[in-house]
Design a protein around this ligand. Structure first.
Ligand code: C2E
Ligand code: CA
Ligand code: CA
Length: 539
């Protein structure tokens, strides 16, 4: 009768399963998706019971763990793998490194490393053909124990893989503290959602792995779309049903003959201007500074038009003022929030920072959305600096200021100025603006139209005097007004007959100064003295 085995059947049947070779490894190839070559394989335990049929580890491994039997099962599988490799080596069959799973319960067995070493030596297998997979959850038993075990394994020459990376909430912490050689990332938790949040988590992890110089294998890859997506992130190593299901030894040997092999390449080296790796260590001084002492800051990876936010500090999320969490902010697609113009300004600034190795600044508008605040458009001043590089990918440190209020203020002043101009059009007033420092005059539209003035009149008031707008007998007085404005006189007014027609106008100047009292601009206006309602509009 084919069915799942019950706990007592597993415990009672264990010894005879080993003796009868009903417990055995299946092998699942690991492939470089770019080249199609095999880079390794994982040994996965199977139990084929004569009565109950094929049993999967998710059903029997927990029972073995609870009953202190997993250690023997793991050593047995390790021995099966060594025996298989020996057969391959003896018959000159092609081989790839095989990964073997280590239960977190094996960590409590201090003799585990000695145990596998004895077996490896018995079969005389080069240590580089064996890899040990440790799951992230092993850290539950204490980091010290895990660190010690990894240290022992590495001292013997084993490649150590971190299995199921990203499943625990303290992944970052664990990764920085453990000296693992390869990271395995399970795509299962994405549920096919690589366009949404899952994809963002994935790309962050891939980037993290890159900055840590650690190769990454994506596991549970079932579709070409997933594999291509991982490749686009720079992760080429794939293990999953897309290429092959776990298979018995005989089939795997055939596969070894059919497929070309290559070693797992060490990941790209980070060219450091500072120790970027320390940004991932929650206890490092860099992190302390990042979270507490600098202003609003973010860390992102940039590569040809692609930008990936990796980390933001508290102040950054506050600066956006949208009541978003750090995780939500990281999930935002920065590029999507920008229109073409703003994106190109931002990207050019990144490129400038890459070229100069210095801090570069820009101001860009972004559209943001949050549950509580709805949609908003904010202006961000960014100070960008490249702090690391891996291949064509750059790690960029960004300090930001939200200058939306500043910009809106400016906008309001600008708009009120516009309103003033429109009003003067209606009210039959000639208006202009005179800049003290540059002696430039900017006339209103009416001045331009009626008096034929350009948009900017330089060396004012000389051209207006030369043109006869101000008659010669008033010229010196009018020149003197501008000298008095430059000296800080706030209001000047008088009646001046203008143009050859000597039409009397009431001319007024109001001075604007900066906070230190330094004169900046004077606003001039001219209204006809004899003011009749609906005065003649020049037709
Ligand atoms: P794991 O180490 O994360 O192994 C990967 C699991 O994902 C395997 O399940 C594999 O068959 C499955 N898998 C591979 N590609 C795909 C895919 O494309 N789609 C899906 N949905 N699944 C895929 P399996 O063989 O059932 O093993 C389950 C777990 O049992 C393993 O997870 C591992 O934690 C444990 N295990 C397996 N063999 C051993 C062993 O020898 N010793 C110990 N201690 N644990 C083992
Ligand atoms: Ca595994
Ligand atoms: Ca896994």
């Amino acid at each position: 009768m084919k069915r799942k085995m019950l706990s007592h059947e597993i415990v009672n049947g264990f010894t005879s399963a080993i003796r009868g070779r009903n417990l055995y490894p299946c092998y699942q190839p690991q492939i470089n998706h770019s080249t199609g070559r095999m880079v390794g394989a994982e040994a996965l335990m199977r139990w084929c019971h004569p009565d109950f049929g094929l049993q999967f580890p998710s059903d029997f491994v927990p029972v073995l763990e609870q009953n202190d039997l997993i250690y023997w099962a793991d050593l047995y599988i390790f021995e099966c793998v060594c025996s298989f490799l020996r057969k391959c080596l003896d018959s000159h069959a092609p081989v790839v490194p095989i990964s073997v799973n280590m239960s977190r319960f094996d960590i409590y067995r201090h003799e585990y490393v000695d145990g596998i070493e004895k077996i490896r030596k018995k079969y005389d297998i080069p240590v580089k053909l064996l890899r040990i997979e440790i799951t992230e959850s092993s850290a539950i038993g204490g980091m010290d124990l895990m660190t010690a075990t990894i240290g022992q394994l590495k001292a013997c020459g084993y490649v150590v893989e971190m299995d199921d990376f990203g499943s625990g909430y303290s992944s970052l912490n664990i990764l920085k503290n453990l000296d693992v050689d390869i990271i395995k990332l399970d795509m299962g938790f994405l549920d096919g959602d690589i366009g949404g949040r899952g994809g963002i988590i994935l790309s962050s992890v891939v980037n993290m792995a890159k900055w840590l110089d650690t190769p990454l294998i994506a596991e549970g890859v079932e579709t070409l779309e997933q594999a291509d997506y991982m490749k686009s992130l720079g992760c080429n190593y794939i293990q999953g049903y897309l290429y092959a299901k776990p298979m018995p030894e005989k089939d795997f040997l055939e596969k070894l003959y059919q497929t070309e092999h290559e070693p797992i390449a060490p990941s790209m080296k980070l060219i450091d201007t500072m120790n970027a790796g320390k940004f991932w260590d929650p206890d490092s001084m860099e992190t302390l500074i990042f979270s507490n002492f600098v202003g609003a800051a973010a860390l992102f990876a940039y590569q040809e038009e692609k930008l990936e936010l990796l980390r933001v500090n508290e102040k950054y999320t506050r600066e956006l003022a949208m009541n978003l969490s750090a995780q939500e902010v990281i999930g935002l697609d920065m590029r999507q929030g920008m229109d073409e113009h703003n994106w190109s300004v931002y990207e050019n600034t990144i490129k400038k920072a890459i070229a100069s190795g210095d801090e570069e600044t820009c101001e860009t508008w972004r559209d943001l959305h949050s549950k509580c605040c709805g949609d908003d458009r904010i202006c961000i001043r960014s100070f960008l600096r490249v702090i690391g590089r891996a291949g064509q990918q750059f790690l960029v440190y960004a300090m930001v200021q939200n200058i939306t209020a500043e910009k809106k203020n400016y906008r309001e002043v600008y708009e009120s100025d516009q309103r003033f101009r429109h009003a003067s059009e209606q009210a039959n007033v000639y208006a202009w603006e005179y800049t003290i420092a540059t002696k430039e005059m900017r006339p209103c539209f009416r001045c331009m139209r009626d008096l034929g003035l350009p948009a900017v009149v330089k060396n004012y008031p000389e051209p207006a005097i030369a043109a006869g707008i101000f008659p010669p007998d008033y010229a010196d007085m009018y020149r003197d007004w501008h000298r008095r404005l430059a000296e800080g006189e706030t209001n000047i007014e008088g009646i001046i007959p203008l143009t050859v027609g000597r039409v009397p106008f009431h001319i007024r100047y109001t001075l604007e100064s900066d906070e230190n009292g330094k004169p900046l601009k004077a606003y001039g206006s001219a209204t006809m003295v004899v003011n009749m309602p609906n005065e003649k509009e020049s037709a």
